[in-house]
Ligand binder design. Structure first.
Ligand SMILES: [Zn+2]
Length: 220
């Protein structure tokens, strides 16, 4: 389990979670929500050639196959696992419904299978929904050979109503080796794309350079 890479050097990892639950799928189908995929973030990263790592839920991949292909085809992007349907792996994790205790290994394994056909820079990195984990959850994942990645800089972007606090939360806490947690879920994280240019500028001012998660954790 890791929160960050070595504190030497100047690299930091920008990570974006792509949550998708059954409730979110219902919102899309009913037209209550237009999108849980923030294209403006992806376009910015592409345009500025910024490396990033995407923690994908299986259900997000199934809902956005073309976008997943686009992420996989970018040599600067790494793909990682954020569970199949964003169910909690512990009993008390915000208001998330829980994956059955016996189903945790299968849930994570299935997600790798959903992501795998897209190719690109596949990883064995795994992030728990809500970062909620305990000994049983970690034991369930052990057979899969995953590295559990939390992160040491929480942007707080879910349901944010202004971009400035996100920029402050990131820039006040980021250091060499940091793993920054953000979301690419659009309707559930509306301010992230507005915060991104300021975050990138702030990193530059601090001499910090975005890199893929594997590079940051390796201290490369
Ligand atoms: Zn999540």
């Amino acid at each position: 389990m890791v929160d960050h890479g070595p504190r030497s050097g100047n690299r930091v990892a920008l990570t974006f979670d792509a949550d998708m639950t059954d409730g979110m799928l219902r919102n899309l189908r009913a037209g209550r929500v237009t999108s849980y995929a923030n294209l403006r973030i992806i376009e910015l990263l592409e345009r500025e050639q910024v490396p990033a790592t995407f923690f994908l839920t299986g259900k997000w991949v199934e809902r956005y196959p073309d976008l997943t292909r686009r992420l996989a085809d970018n040599p600067r992007f790494e793909l990682a696992n954020h569970t199949y349907g964003h169910l909690a792996y512990t009993g008390d994790c915000y208001d998330l419904p829980r994956v059955p205790a016996k189903g945790m290994t299968e849930d994570a394994a299935k997600t790798f299978e959903v992501i795998k056909p897209y190719g690109g820079r596949q990883t064995r990195y795994f992030r728990f929904p809500g970062l909620c984990h305990d000994a049983a959850a970690l034991a369930a994942l052990a057979p899969l050979g995953v590295t559990v990645v939390d992160g040491d800089v929480v942007s707080g972007d879910p349901f944010a109503t202004a971009w400035e606090p996100l920029v402050r939360a990131v820039l006040d806490n980021v250091r060499p080796g940091s793993v920054v947690i953000m979301h690419v879920t659009e309707a559930n994280a509306r301010m992230t794309d507005e915060a991104m240019p300021h975050i990138l500028a702030g990193l530059r001012e601090r001499g910090l350079v975005p890199a893929s998660l594997s590079e940051v954790l390796a201290g490369a």
